[in-house]
Design a binder for this molecule. Structure first.
Ligand code: SF4
Length: 290
């Protein structure tokens, strides 16, 4: 469910502000009505979407924000889970953290893109925060939301990223231990500030080698994070069937697969025991469903 369109930030690598325009939030009542309509048609989980989702409401009134919308959507009968993305780090306020922790239906998962672990690269990207500020947000999220899972986005080889700067990104991943890292090698988007003003000065093979190092580090970290889940029982909202196995997600957004039997479990909440935790997914066996 789209809740806020556009973006008022102008990160130098990003085309969104030019394509989608300024931030415009949909009225709270309209969003709630859409969610009620979806639930009436059998939907059990909604994801509230915005390029910068935590900007929600700022253009509607001085006191309205994403935390208030989550509270309103949480009250919709028949809904099981609420997600939201994508978060801008400084937009993850203490109030939002508190609501995610307290509202039953809001899943304890935050996608909080950092893009780089180096202050100079962040400044060249016009991200608008420092690593000190980012680390402070992460610490508050971890303190405030027990069992939270975190995902982030990384760009390797942005303009001016030298080896030392890249190493700081690796250090951050090692330190925070994100559950999922989406990584991309930098490629210039025509029409962006970076395309007009910054040199694309990291060779392609270096960008790709750095991407590979991020993936290798993250594969190890994710395997370590998922390993203790072996033998645990988890609730999985089943989404689809692939190659004789059901696929769904935990509240923490972890992908789960388990063998499909005769009954159709699509859209059901399944109780699953984890028998094979891996870096990118959890293999399980069905205990019960319904
Ligand atoms: Fe906005 Fe995100 Fe693009 Fe930055 S990267 S301009 S916050 S949409």
């Amino acid at each position: 469910v789209n809740i806020v369109h556009g973006c008022d930030n102008f990160c130098t690598f990003c085309i969104v502000p030019y394509r989608r325009g300024r931030e415009r939030s949909r009225p709270l009542a309209e969003v709630v009505a859409e969610v009620e309509g979806l639930v009436a048609r059998g939907v059990r989980e909604v994801t509230l979407l915005g390029q910068k989702v935590d900007s929600y409401g700022h253009d509607l009134g001085p006191d309205l924000d994403l935390a208030d919308l989550l509270t309103a959507v949480d009250a919709v009968d028949g809904l099981d889970r609420i997600r939201f993305l994508t978060s801008y780090p400084l937009g993850v306020t203490d109030k939002l953290i508190d609501r995610v922790a307290r509202l039953d239906k809001v899943c304890e998962h935050i996608n909080i893109p950092v893009q780089s672990g180096d202050d100079a690269v962040l400044a060249a990207m016009h991200r608008g925060y420092t690593m000190t500020q980012y680390r402070d947000r992460i610490a508050r999220i971890k303190d405030g939301i027990p069992g939270v899972s975190l995902s982030t986005d990384i760009i390797t080889g942005f303009s001016g990223e030298d080896e030392a700067a890249f190493e700081r990104t690796l250090d951050l991943l090692e330190e925070v231990r994100f559950d999922v890292v989406h990584v991309a090698a930098y490629s210039v988007r025509p029409g962006t500030i970076a395309a007009r003003t910054l040199a694309d000065d990291v060779p392609d093979e270096v960008k790709k080698a750095r991407l590979q190092r991020v993936e290798e580090l993250q594969e190890r970290v994710a395997a370590e994070l998922n390993s203790p889940l072996r033998h645990q029982e988890i609730d999985v909202l089943v989404e689809t069937r692939k190659d004789g196995r059901w696929e769904g997600r935990t509240r923490t957004n972890k992908l789960v697969h388990f063998p499909a039997g005769a009954s159709d479990l699509r859209g059901e909440m399944a109780r699953v025991r984890v028998v094979g935790p891996r870096a990118w997914s959890l293999q399980g066996e069905l205990i019960s469903a319904g």
